[in-house]
Design a protein around this ligand. Structure first.
Ligand code: GLN
Length: 212
C-alpha cells in the first residue's frame, strides 16, 4: 500500500470496527482506528460502523469527538456510515432517545429500528446506483431507513418491491450527499467489497478536489 495514500479512519468506540478495517485494506487503502480528537485529525476520511447509535452518540460526547467530527464533516471530509453510522450522520432521528445527538452530515430524516421490532434481521438483493456487476446482498440488523431526503441527497438504493419486504418495500436504504455515503445495511459482513470500493474511490477523488 502506498505510504502517501489517504488514510481511512474507522470510528472505534463501539460496533464492528475490525470488519470495516479489513474491508478498507482489501480496497487498497490504509486504515487507522479513531477514538480521540488527535486521531481524528490524522485521518483523511472516516467510517462510522454499525452498533448502537444511542451508545455511540454518548461515547462521542464522552470522548470529546462530537464537535471535532462535526467540524471535519462541515469541511468536507469524506465519511461513510453503516446502519448506526447512518443514524449518527443524519440531520434528524425519528424514534431516537431524548439525549441522542446527530452529526448532521446528511440532509435526511432517518427512522431508527424502522423495520419493526419483530424484524431483527432482514436480507435483500438491492439494485445499487453506481455499483456495477449486479445486485448487492444487503444484511439489515435492527436497521433504520431514510424517511425523508433533502433535494441535495442522491438515493442509491431502495428495498425491492418483494413480498418479504412488507412495509419496507421501496424504502430508501442507501444515499450519498457530496462526500458522505450511508447505508442502512452492513456490507462489511458479506465479503462483497463493492460498497467499500465505492467509498474508497470517493476518498481517492476527494484528494483531487471532488468526491465523484
Ligand atoms: N438499531 C441500532 C441503532 O439504533 C442500529 C443497528 C445496527 O447498527 N445494526 O443504533
Amino acid at each position: 500500500m502506498p505510504d502517501n495514500g489517504p488514510v481511512v479512519g474507522v470510528l472505534a468506540l463501539q460496533g464492528d470496527v475490525r470488519e470495516h478495517q479489513r474491508a478498507v485494506s482489501e480496497c487498497g487503502l490504509r486504515s487507522a482506528l479513531v477514538r480521540r480528537p488527535a486521531e481524528l485529525a490524522e485521518v483523511d476520511a472516516l467510517i462510522l460502523p454499525g452498533g448502537e447509535s444511542t451508545t455511540i452518540s454518548r461515547l462521542l460526547v464522552a470522548f470529546d469527538l462530537m464537535g471535532p467530527l462535526r467540524a471535519r464533516l462541515a469541511e468536507g471530509m469524506p465519511a461513510y456510515g453503516a446502519c448506526a453510522g447512518m443514524i449518527l450522520l443524519s440531520r434528524e432521528i425519528l424514534d431516537g432517545t431524548a439525549d441522542q445527538r446527530t452529526l448532521a452530515g446528511l440532509d435526511v430524516v432517518v427512522r431508527r429500528n424502522a423495520f419493526g421490532r419483530q424484524v431483527d434481521s432482514f436480507e435483500a438483493d438491492l439494485e445499487f446506483e453506481g455499483i456495477p456487476g449486479g445486485t448487492v446482498r444487503a444484511v439489515f440488523i435492527r436497521a433504520p431507513w431514510v424517511e425523508r431526503a433533502g433535494s441535495g441527497v442522491e438515493v442509491l438504493a431502495r428495498v425491492p418491491e418483494i413480498p418479504a419486504a412488507g412495509g419496507a418495500a421501496g424504502r430508501i436504504v442507501a444515499i450519498r450527499q457530496g462526500c458522505v455515503l450511508a447505508t442502512a445495511f452492513h456490507p462489511e459482513l458479506t465479503g462483497d467489497r463493492r460498497v467499500h470500493q465505492l467509498f474508497c474511490e470517493m476518498v481517492r477523488r476527494s484528494r483531487v478536489g471532488a468526491c465523484r
